[in-house]
Design a protein around this ligand. Sequence first.
Ligand SMILES: N[C@@H](CCC(=O)N[C@@H](CS)C(=O)NCC(=O)O)C(=O)O
Length: 77
Amino acid sequence: MANLILYEKTGCPWCIKVLDYAKERGIQFELRNLTTPGVAEELIKRGGKRQVPYLVDNRNGTEMYESADIIEYLRQN
Ligand SMILES: N[C@@H](CCC(=O)N[C@@H](CS)C(=O)NCC(=O)O)C(=O)O
Protein backbone atom coordinates (compact mmCIF):
# COMPACT_ATOMS: atom_id res chain seq x y z
CA MET A 1 0.00 0.00 0.00
CA ALA A 2 1.29 3.49 -0.86
CA ASN A 3 2.34 5.74 2.04
CA LEU A 4 0.26 8.63 0.73
CA ILE A 5 -3.05 8.49 -1.12
CA LEU A 6 -4.61 11.59 -2.65
CA TYR A 7 -8.25 11.58 -3.70
CA GLU A 8 -8.57 14.07 -6.53
CA LYS A 9 -10.57 15.05 -9.58
CA THR A 10 -9.29 16.06 -13.00
CA GLY A 11 -9.36 19.86 -13.41
CA CYS A 12 -10.00 20.57 -9.72
CA PRO A 13 -7.96 23.72 -8.95
CA TRP A 14 -7.53 22.79 -5.26
CA CYS A 15 -6.19 19.40 -6.27
CA ILE A 16 -3.81 20.99 -8.75
CA LYS A 17 -2.52 23.26 -5.98
CA VAL A 18 -1.69 20.23 -3.83
CA LEU A 19 -0.25 18.26 -6.77
CA ASP A 20 1.96 21.21 -7.82
CA TYR A 21 3.28 21.61 -4.28
CA ALA A 22 3.98 17.88 -4.00
CA LYS A 23 5.73 17.84 -7.37
CA GLU A 24 7.99 20.72 -6.30
CA ARG A 25 8.93 18.77 -3.19
CA GLY A 26 9.25 15.37 -4.91
CA ILE A 27 6.36 13.93 -2.88
CA GLN A 28 4.50 11.08 -4.55
CA PHE A 29 0.94 9.87 -4.03
CA GLU A 30 -1.19 7.01 -5.12
CA LEU A 31 -3.89 9.03 -6.90
CA ARG A 32 -7.55 8.04 -6.70
CA ASN A 33 -9.74 9.98 -9.11
CA LEU A 34 -13.37 10.74 -8.22
CA THR A 35 -14.44 9.79 -11.74
CA THR A 36 -13.23 6.21 -11.28
CA PRO A 37 -16.19 3.97 -10.39
CA GLY A 38 -16.34 3.27 -6.67
CA VAL A 39 -13.89 5.99 -5.63
CA ALA A 40 -16.49 8.61 -4.64
CA GLU A 41 -18.26 6.04 -2.43
CA GLU A 42 -14.92 5.04 -0.90
CA LEU A 43 -14.09 8.69 -0.15
CA ILE A 44 -17.48 9.38 1.46
CA LYS A 45 -17.10 6.25 3.60
CA ARG A 46 -13.67 7.43 4.74
CA GLY A 47 -14.18 11.14 5.31
CA GLY A 48 -17.94 11.62 5.34
CA LYS A 49 -18.35 13.84 2.30
CA ARG A 50 -17.64 14.04 -1.40
CA GLN A 51 -14.92 16.67 -1.54
CA VAL A 52 -11.43 16.62 -3.02
CA PRO A 53 -8.55 16.91 -2.44
CA TYR A 54 -8.47 14.41 0.44
CA LEU A 55 -5.23 13.07 1.82
CA VAL A 56 -4.59 9.73 3.50
CA ASP A 57 -1.25 9.13 5.21
CA ASN A 58 -0.99 5.40 5.78
CA ARG A 59 2.15 5.83 7.90
CA ASN A 60 0.15 7.17 10.84
CA GLY A 61 -3.54 7.07 9.88
CA THR A 62 -3.90 10.82 9.32
CA GLU A 63 -6.69 11.75 6.90
CA MET A 64 -7.89 15.23 5.91
CA TYR A 65 -9.81 17.45 3.51
CA GLU A 66 -8.83 21.04 2.60
CA SER A 67 -5.97 21.83 0.23
CA ALA A 68 -4.39 24.42 2.55
CA ASP A 69 -4.38 21.94 5.45
CA ILE A 70 -2.98 19.19 3.21
CA ILE A 71 -0.15 21.44 1.98
CA GLU A 72 0.65 22.50 5.54
CA TYR A 73 0.65 18.85 6.62
CA LEU A 74 3.00 17.88 3.79
CA ARG A 75 5.26 20.81 4.67
CA GLN A 76 5.53 19.65 8.29
CA ASN A 77 5.83 15.95 7.59
N1 LIG B 1 -11.81 24.44 0.39
C1 LIG B 1 -11.62 23.19 -0.32
C2 LIG B 1 -12.37 23.25 -1.63
C3 LIG B 1 -12.41 21.91 -2.31
C4 LIG B 1 -13.43 21.87 -3.43
O1 LIG B 1 -14.20 22.82 -3.66
N2 LIG B 1 -13.46 20.76 -4.16
C5 LIG B 1 -14.43 20.53 -5.21
C6 LIG B 1 -13.75 20.27 -6.55
S1 LIG B 1 -12.71 21.61 -7.04
C7 LIG B 1 -15.23 19.26 -4.91
O2 LIG B 1 -14.74 18.38 -4.22
N3 LIG B 1 -16.45 19.17 -5.42
C8 LIG B 1 -17.27 17.98 -5.28
C9 LIG B 1 -17.26 17.17 -6.52
O3 LIG B 1 -16.53 17.50 -7.45
O4 LIG B 1 -17.96 16.18 -6.54
C10 LIG B 1 -10.13 22.94 -0.52
O5 LIG B 1 -9.35 23.92 -0.55
O6 LIG B 1 -9.70 21.78 -0.59
